[in-house]
Ligand binder design. Structure first.
Ligand SMILES: [Mg+2]
Length: 372
């Protein structure tokens, strides 16, 4: 089998609001083969920059459009192709957009392999750790503590026993921060895990103070309280509190994760399959985390393509902790984009069993929302 074409499709809702929701547009990768099998993947990045990284022409032996490097190649040789893309983007790649773009291509290559062999990706990766995996409802804070409490009650009633709230208005003041976390706990009751995503708003000392204050409300983890490059701050915070510190969603390539784990001393490693370099890189990140005794969780706030990828990956590693599942309902793109082979039941997601990723694009939506 040979790769014949690599496409990047940019879909966007007619109105994209200025809010913390990465589910309003999406960059989808489609890799075509001469066998008629088409693999799909997703890139979570600056969409048109990543599209350029994929569809751009060959320019130089160490900086090339990624798709151009794959034409005529065997889509089963994924590890080799990953390094081909990496090495031929040595100054334009290595971190950030080029790795994000490679993530979508890598996902699509695994999808092709699974479809060709009739196996789910988790089985190709050697997995089978779970029949179903616990997931948490991932959501933004309400604009007020009372609104946050109402949201918490709603998620508990939907069957979740783990819920995350994040980003604004956290960080406005100590009083408001504590009121928001207190209200979330009140809405969830005592038997539900509560995760807090600070969304990069603190410095190290403030984060230490908040971790202490939030521990009165039994938070399960405190996510991304600091700027991602502040490794020294992460280390000071981790050493100063019993609250688990989670981070990693801003990273691409395992080398950045090594910094977070070894310098930053984080407790929970969060990996976005649509940013980190795809399955090929995520398996290595999980392995590096396992070596350090650290649990991992996926990150994903975009589409069900990313959720499906996360499920396959989490099912193929020994240190999977929990699955992030977006419970935000103010965008229609996620629900109209795909049909998927996994089921949410009582706070758990059942593992996909269909070949490949187990995801089909709804072509009508693709045609309607595609802008380039
Ligand atoms: Mg986050």
């Amino acid at each position: 089998m040979k790769i014949t074409r690599v496409e990047a499709l940019y879909l966007r809702l007619p109105e994209v609001k200025e809010q913390c929701d990465s589910g309003q547009d999406v960059l989808i990768v489609r890799v075509h083969t001469d066998a008629g099998i088409i693999g799909i993947g997703e890139v979570d990045s600056s969409p048109l920059a990543a599209k350029g990284a994929i569809e751009g022409p060959f320019s130089h032996t160490i900086t090339s459009g990624l798709g151009a490097l794959l034409i005529g190649e065997d889509p089963f040789e994924i590890e080799r192709l990953w390094y081909k893309m990496y090495e031929q983007n040595i100054y334009s790649g290595r971190r950030g957009i080029a790795i994000h773009a490679m993530s979508g291509i890598d996902m699509a290559l695994w999808d092709i392999k699974g479809k060709a062999l009739g196996l789910p990706v988790w089985k190709l990766l050697g997995g089978g750790f779970h029949k179903k995996i616990r997931c948490y409802a991932s959501n933004l804070f309400g604009p007020t503590p009372a609104a946050t409490r109402d949201l918490a009650m709603k998620f508990r009633d939907l069957g979740f026993d783990a819920v995350k709230f994040g980003w604004q208005p956290l960080g406005e003041s100590e009083k408001k921060d504590i009121a928001l976390v207190s209200a979330a706990r009140e809405g969830l009751g005592d038997d539900c895990d509560l995760m807090i995503d600070a969304g990069l708003v603190y410095d190290a000392k403030t984060a230490i103070q908040r971790a202490r204050a939030f521990s009165d409300y039994k938070i399960f983890w405190l996510e991304e309280p600091l700027h991602p490059d502040n490794y020294e701050g992460y280390r000071r915070l981790s050493e100063a509190t019993d609250v688990r510190i989670a981070a990693g969603e801003e990273e691409s390539s395992r080398l950045s994760y090594l910094e977070l784990m070894d310098k930053g001393k984080i407790d929970i490693v969060q990996v976005d399959l649509a940013r980190c370099g795809g399955f090929t890189e995520a398996m290595k990140i999980a392995s590096l985390a396992w070596d350090r005794g650290l649990p991992v969780a996926n990150h994903g706030f975009t589409t069900y393509i990313n959720v499906a990828a996360a499920l396959h990956w989490l099912n193929a590693i020994p240190n999977a902790l929990i699955c992030e599942y977006v419970a935000q309902t103010n965008t229609s793109l996620r629900d109209m984009l795909t049909r998927q082979d996994f089921v949410f039941e009582d706070g758990y997601l059942r593992m996909p069993e269909a070949p490949g990723l187990g995801i089909d694009l709804i072509e009508e939506t693709v045609n309607k929302l595609r802008v380039s």
